[in-house]
Structure formats: C-alpha cells, structure tokens
Design a binder for this molecule. Structure first.
Ligand SMILES: Nc1ncnc2c1ncn2[C@@H]1O[C@H](COP(=O)(O)OP(=O)(O)OP(=O)(O)O)[C@@H](O)[C@H]1O
Ligand SMILES: [Mg+2]
Length: 259
C-alpha cells in the first residue's frame, strides 16, 4: 500500500499542494483528475521522488520512503512528452533501462510486452518515424519492462485519437491486472478518469476535492467543484451524444415513414 500523509509542497512561498492524505492499495488503478495547474504533476513527482515534499510522509508497504532517493524507490514514470531517445530505434528504446539492470525482464517477457502493445512491426524504426500513438506505446513498453513497483503515467492519453485512446486504455487495464501493478494516472479528462480507474482522486487548487470509486463520485459528489467541474462536463458530453443519435434516429424514422 502507498500512503501519503499530510503532504505539503510550495514553490516560492506559493502553496501548490496542501495537506494531501490518501491511500492507494496494491494493484489499484488511480486517476488524478483536476484542472490545469492544480498540482497533478507535482503530486506524481513527489511519489516518484523527483520532487521533495516540504512536510508530510510517504509510506510504501509500511516503510517511510519520504527521504528515499528516486532510484531506490523502484517506481517508474511515463512522462507527458514521452522523453524517448531519438538516436535509438524502437527496440533499443524499449530495452534501454535493462542495460543497467539486466535480468529484470527476460527476453521472452520483453517480447510479450512488445506483442501486447502491438509494436512488433515497428522495432527497427527510428522514433521520428512513429506516430504519436506508437511513441506513446514505446514509452509504456520501456517503462513496463523495468517492472516498476508503481507505474506513474502523466497524461498518457491526451495526445491520442479516440480509437487508439480506447485501445491503450484497455492495455493499461490489462497490464495493471495481469501484473498486479499499482498504477497512478494523471488526466484532466473526467471520462477517461472515471472509465479507466478503480479510484479517482479529484484535485482542486492543491487540495483533495474528493477521492473515491467512479460510482461514488457520480452518485454522491461531495461538493460543488465535483458537481460543476466534473459532472457537468460529463452531462454536456452525454447530452451532445444523445442529441446526435436522437437526430439520426429521427431521420431514419422519417425516411421509413416516407417509404
Ligand atoms: N519547479 C517549479 N517551480 C515553480 N513553480 C512550479 C514548479 N513546478 C510547478 N510549479 C507550479 O505549480 C503549480 C502546479 O503545477 P503542476 O505541474 O503540478 O500542475 P498540473 O496540475 O500538472 O497542470 P497541467 O494539467 O497543466 O499539467 C503551477 O502553478 C506551476 O506553475
Ligand atoms: Mg501536469
């Protein structure tokens, strides 16, 4: 279990995160959802160990890791911009981390990730020859082969089109389930957060607005921010889609009546 206790972070005397308390169970997929600038990446970087907290504790499986350096935590991140190595081909990008830690994944396991993420036919390509969705999958594969204790993803789906997005969402779920991997995903898309995760952490202005299962958030929003910012967006989307289908159904009925 990962536990954050009274975590605080400021930059230049401006409070960015204020008294963050939460627990994430092993194998859970948790989305961090909130508007731009609310502190999502900062929170991810604190868990990763890239950014130190001003105060509070991070506990992992009963051990205080607040002061444990990033390399020793054994977590891994897929950055928002993928940060792939442009001078290496796809296969070398995927296996880069294994050079320093051979044996973490066997050749068969690496091949399995490549297969799972649909990258087999792209292995010899340069990074610049890939589409955005392919780059995203390379970044995921590169992180997965390192078998992190916790997988951190910063807006991994934001640049992808609808179809690829849905298939990668399914892959993330599949990998998290198969490897019992605790996964924390940053997003600012309510639909993505609520359909992908076991739990959603809604952050507003550096504080937790609500933390719960998607059903809880939808059926029992705890405050106006959740209602206005999260549920309202979903409602508008839902109505737009219903309206579209309703119009096309009405046209079908009309066409039928004319025959
Ligand atoms: N290294 C830094 N120095 C100073 N301020 C910072 C630093 N990193 C982040 N901030 C500030 O902290 C706030 C939260 O930033 P953060 O990157 O966590 O937001 P976010 O929720 O990830 O936003 P987005 O959705 O746009 O990625 C912002 O106001 C940002 O300007
Ligand atoms: Mg961010």
């Amino acid at each position: 279990m990962l536990e954050l206790k009274h975590i605080k972070k400021s930059y230049d005397n401006v409070t960015i995160l204020e008294d963050i308390n939460l627990q994430i169970q092993d194998g859970e997929i948790v989305s961090i959802l909130g508007p731009s600038g609310c502190g999502k990446t900062t929170l991810l970087n604190l868990v990763l160990g890239l950014t130190p907290a001003d105060s509070g504790q991070i506990i992992f499986n009963g051990k205080d890791i607040t002061k444990v350096p990033m390399e020793e935590r054994g977590f891994n991140i897929v950055f928002q911009d993928y940060a792939l190595f442009p001078n290496l081909n796809v296969y070398k990008n995927i296996t880069y981390g294994l050079k320093n830690k051979p044996g973490i994944s066997t050749k068969e396991e690496v091949d399995e990730f490549i297969e799972l993420l649909g990258l087999k036919e792209h292995l010899n390509k340069k990074i610049e020859q890939l589409s955005g969705g392919q780059k995203q999958r390379v970044a995921l594969a590169r992180t997965m082969v390192m078998k992190p204790k916790i997988l951190l993803l910063d807006e991994p789906l934001s640049a992808l089109d609808g179809v690829i997005k849905e298939s990668i969402k399914e892959k993330i779920k599949e990998i998290a389930r198969d490897f019992h991997l605790t996964t924390i995903i940053v997003t600012h898309d309510p639909e993505e957060a609520l359909t992908l995760s076991d739990k959603v952490l809604i952050v507003n202005k550096g504080s937790i607005s609500q933390y719960g299962a998607p059903q809880e958030i939808i059926t029992a929003p705890e405050n106006n921010f959740v209602k206005e910012f999260i549920l309202n967006q979903l409602e508008i989307k839902k109505n737009n889609i219903f309206a579209l289908f309703h119009q096309s159904m009405a046209r079908t009925v009309q066409a039928g009546a004319r025959l």
